[in-house]
Design a protein around this ligand. Structure first.
Ligand code: FES
Length: 531
């Protein structure tokens, strides 16, 4: 968009003609400008309504200079410029009379002003989760040569105080959306807008899910202390952890305490893998958005690590901590994928410990076993409505095992000492999911002959996914991105065909996004004391 400090007056309509007709639509420089006379006052504004572009010339101007667009009843005060009803701002233009002509000044405002106006509108849309306005304001921002990173940093900053549990899948999916955007040609700017709008919409949605706000602790510790941050997270002392993280940001930026957060993410089998995934994806996002994003991204991550559910404390996973403590790295009895079929959590942990001398080989076996379990997921559990809550198992329970392994490999590449925790946690997934597979089903038709075509189809399809629930879209994107990364890393690994088949099945048998009957049955059973 061009800007100019010079005025750019254009003849619009003769004053006498306007006095007769009261309004005129003129098209200087290819724009549609509506010129209106109200008493002795003359106004000029865009003829295309800022909502959906219908002609304001077909609207109604009332005695108080309020212009109504009749398509959806938005109302604009032509004197103040305020949008009285509706959202986006109507652009108005200066007018003057010269030699009997009404002229309009089409000078573009400075791009910075346009970007700021778009950000202001975006904030309102964000707070209301107004998806189509998010798209319009993001488009205005981009067309004013705005840097998408500024847009997203602002959005994650707005979201932070609305997220009681900190980081969400909105953060975790964002790097994958941006990777998808980077693969789209610049000649397709509208398609390149899709990832931005999905990120904005998801962050907005998540921030609105809990009533109230949950401000992060203000102030910062006197000095950064890695041990103190570790201890604060372990003690679930969120305020202390946030203040220490702020000190870390001031002293060395987010990189300073990345190792601490990664270790904290793997300290427990926690949040059903979310902590590991979030720690990896948040830093991936930080690299894409730049250091200015650190407070908006890392403080919610610290919160999420403090409040994450520590599932290694519940009976099903009690074998995890002793297995980790007993890990000595000497096991040479490498399990194979079939050993994990039907194995309990404790058995899975034993199997993994048996091969502890070779973490790379174990990683490959676990990728294979997690892919195998996903491929054979018993989809009858997706339809079941009268079982116990513990049987509420769907695709995402399986996809997390794979995305967790992807995140673990990246984290453990930096911190190899975390491999035992990462591998044993993968075993927790396998043991937990083992009861929800049907090994007798025929899965041969899910085999993938052309992996690139599968991935291309998924990624292109996500640009017009049509699904109402962000979190399911995020999981499709995250799983496909994680498997793409893992297969690129080891194209000939033995688990690749199984992982591709599992992904293929997953995208063709999407998750059930709402369980109406199950919720009612389980609630009834629980409340009646029978559950
Ligand atoms: S197009 Fe004008 S209010 Fe919707």
């Amino acid at each position: 968009m061009k800007t100019s400090e010079q005025s750019d007056w254009h003849k619009a309509v003769s004053a006498s003609e306007l006095a007769d007709r009261r309004q005129a639509v003129v098209k200087p420089k290819g724009r549609q400008i509506l010129v209106l006379q109200h008493g002795n006052q003359v106004f000029a504004c865009d003829n295309r309504c800022p909502h959906e572009g219908h002609p304001l010339a077909k609207g109604v101007l009332d005695d108080e200079c309020r212009l109504t667009c009749n398509w959806h009843n938005w109302k604009f005060d032509l004197v103040s410029g305020e949008t009285i009803r509706g959202g986006d701002q109507l652009r108005r233009y200066p007018v003057r009379r010269t030699n009997g002509m009404i002229e309009v000044d089409l000078t573009e405002p400075p791009a910075a002003e346009t970007r700021q106006a778009a950000l202001t509108g975006l904030r309102t849309a964000f707070d209301e989760h107004d998806y189509t306005r998010l798209a319009r304001e993001a488009a205005r921002f981009e067309q004013a040569e705005g840097d998408f990173r500024e847009l997203l940093i602002a959005a994650f900053d707005w979201a932070a105080a609305g997220l009681e549990d900190g980081t969400t899948h909105a953060h975790a999916a964002a790097p994958d959306w941006l990777a998808l955007r980077s693969r789209l040609p610049e000649a397709q700017p509208a398609d390149r807008l899709v990832p931005l709008v999905e990120i904005l919409g998801h962050a907005s949605w998540d921030a609105l899910q809990q009533p109230g706000t949950f401000p992060l602790a203000s102030g910062q510790a006197d000095a950064f202390d890695a041990d103190a941050l570790t201890a604060a997270i372990e003690a679930e002392d969120e305020d202390a952890a946030i203040r220490l993280a702020r000190a870390g940001l001031a002293e060395g930026g987010g990189a300073l305490f990345r190792p601490v957060l990664e270790r904290a993410a793997l300290r427990h089998y926690q949040g059903f893998g979310h902590s590991v995934i979030y720690a990896f994806k948040t830093y991936q996002l930080l690299e894409l958005l730049g250091p200015d994003a650190a407070p908006a991204l890392l403080l919610p991550l610290v919160r999420s690590l403090c409040v994450g559910t520590r599932e290694d404390l519940i009976p099903e996973f009690r074998a995890y901590a002793p297995a980790l403590a007993a890990w000595d790295g000497t096991g040479t009895d490498m399990p194979n994928v079939d050993d994990f079929r039907g194995a309990s959590v404790a058995r899975c942990l034993d199997l993994i410990a048996g091969g502890s001398s070779d973490v790379d080989a174990l990683y490959n076996v676990l990728m294979h076993a997690a892919s195998d379990a996903m491929l054979y997921y018993d989809a009858r559990f997706r339809e079941q409505f009268d079982g116990p809550i513990g049987h509420n198992i769907d695709w995402l329970d399986f996809s997390h095992a794979l995305t967790q392994l992807n995140a673990s490999r990246m984290i453990c590449g930096r911190q190899p000492k975390l491999w035992p925790a990462a591998l044993l946690q993968a075993g927790c997934f396998l043991g937990r999911n083992a009861a929800f597979v049907d090994w007798d089903q025929d899965v041969g038709h899910w085999a993938v002959d052309e992996p690139d075509a599968l991935f291309d189809g998924i990624f292109v399809g996500l640009l017009d996914h049509g699904q109402p629930t962000y979190i399911f879209v995020a999981h499709t994107l995250k799983l496909a991105s994680a498997l793409r990364a893992e297969i690129d890393h080891q194209p000939d690994a033995p688990w690749v065909p199984t992982a591709l088949a599992a992904l293929n099945r997953f995208v063709h048998e999407p998750a059930k996004q709402k369980h109406v009957r199950r919720s009612a049955h389980q609630a009834w059973s629980f409340v009646s004391g029978a559950g």
